[in-house]
Structure formats: structure tokens, C-alpha cells
Design a protein around this ligand. Structure first.
Ligand SMILES: [Zn+2]
Length: 199
């Protein structure tokens, strides 16, 4: 039997009630006890010393469905506390999307333009411009998306009704050079806690 104890944590259980100090005992990968701070023994113990202890985060919008078989450890999620992911719910309007880089050198003039501008250039609807661009570049296109102003994000983050999705992917840390990983894959929940909760 494997036992593990976290002592003196500030537990936020996700119910919305204020945090409370407790010990949490885990046995065979299951929580056995969330109780008052009494001295208990376990094979392994951690002194939390008032640090926050919470259930795993739910990433309500991610793309790990495309990477989970290649990166089964999904450390990009585990390292920031995500234990459940919702996938297959992506989508946004194309017009304001800004093209960052394209696969072929012949399309260099289109980098830095929005889909709306490219559509006007080609005299077609933005949806058609996206399809034409993807076919022409063999799907090798990087884009920047602008959806919200920072002020709107701050207002939204302050609501208790808000859940957070990374739009990122589960990745194995030792197989992916950090330089090529989008920051959202490792940093989405870290940013929520650091910038919007702490600061
Ligand atoms: Zn998405």
C-alpha cells in the first residue's frame, strides 16, 4: 500500500467556499482523508506550510486530441496542474486573423496581412481566402489571433463564472524544444494564476 501525506495545506476544493487549512492523505492514488492538521504518518510526507492545494484544473478548450498519442505524458499540462481536458471545440471568425508566416517563399508579400486584407486583395469572401491560402501553402501557415482587449480579459477573469481553456496541446517536455512550443501549451494556467490571480 502506498501512502502520501500533504500537511498544513490551504485547501481550495473548487466548491467556492473559502480556503481552509488541512492535511490531505492519499492512499493508492486515491484521497483517503481531508482533515484537520493532526500529525499523521505516511510513507511520504510533504509540508505544504500554507500553500494552496487544489483539485486538478480542467482545460475547457485544448488540442491534445492531436498530440496525446505522440506525447502520452502530456507534461505541458501536468506541470501546470491540468488533469482534465475538453477537446474538439475550437473555432473563431477568420477576418481579423493576422498571417505571421507562410510555407512558400512566393507568398512572402502576404505575411503581416490580415485574412480580411488578403480576401479584399483576391476579391473573395474571407472564408474562401482561408481555404485558398491553406491549399496553396499546403496547410503550412502561422497566424496571430486577436479576440479581446486586455481590459476585457481582466474584467472577464474577475468573474467567478469563468472557466479557462488553453487552446494548447499536451506535449512531452524532453521531446519538444521549448523554442518551438507555443507558450499557451505550457503557460496558460500559470499565466492565469500569476498575472490575473496574484498580480
Ligand atoms: Zn482551439
Amino acid at each position: 500500500m502506498q501512502s502520501f501525506l500533504i500537511r498544513g495545506a490551504k485547501v481550495m476544493d473548487g466548491s467556492g467556499r473559502p480556503p481552509f487549512r488541512a492535511n490531505v492523505a492519499i492512499e493508492n492514488d486515491q484521497i483517503r482523508l481531508i482533515g484537520p492538521e493532526v500529525r499523521e504518518s505516511a510513507e511520504q510526507a510533504v509540508e505544504a506550510d500554507g500553500l494552496i492545494l487544489a483539485p486538478g484544473f480542467i482545460d475547457i478548450h485544448s488540442h491534445t486530441d492531436g498530440t496525446i498519442f505522440k506525447h502520452p505524458l502530456s507534461q505541458s499540462k501536468i506541470l501546470q496542474g491540468v488533469t482534465t481536458e475538453v477537446v474538439g471545440n475550437c473555432g473563431s471568425g477568420p477576418e481579423r486573423v493576422l498571417i505571421a508566416s507562410l510555407g512558400s517563399s512566393g507568398s512572402a508579400g502576404l505575411s503581416g496581412k490580415t485574412i480580411g486584407q488578403i480576401a479584399a486583395l483576391w476579391n473573395c469572401p474571407p472564408e474562401e481566402a482561408v481555404i485558398r491560402l491553406l491549399l496553396r501553402e499546403k496547410a503550412n501557415a502561422m497566424a496571430v489571433y486577436f479576440s479581446l482587449s486586455e481590459k476585457d480579459v481582466e474584467t472577464i477573469m474577475a468573474s467567478e463564472q469563468v472557466a479557462v481553456g488553453s487552446d494548447g496541446q499536451g506535449m512531452n517536455a524532453d521531446e519538444d524544444a521549448a523554442a518551438t512550443a507555443h507558450p499557451r501549451s505550457y503557460g496558460a494556467f500559470v499565466r492565469v494564476l500569476g498575472q490575473y490571480a496574484r498580480e
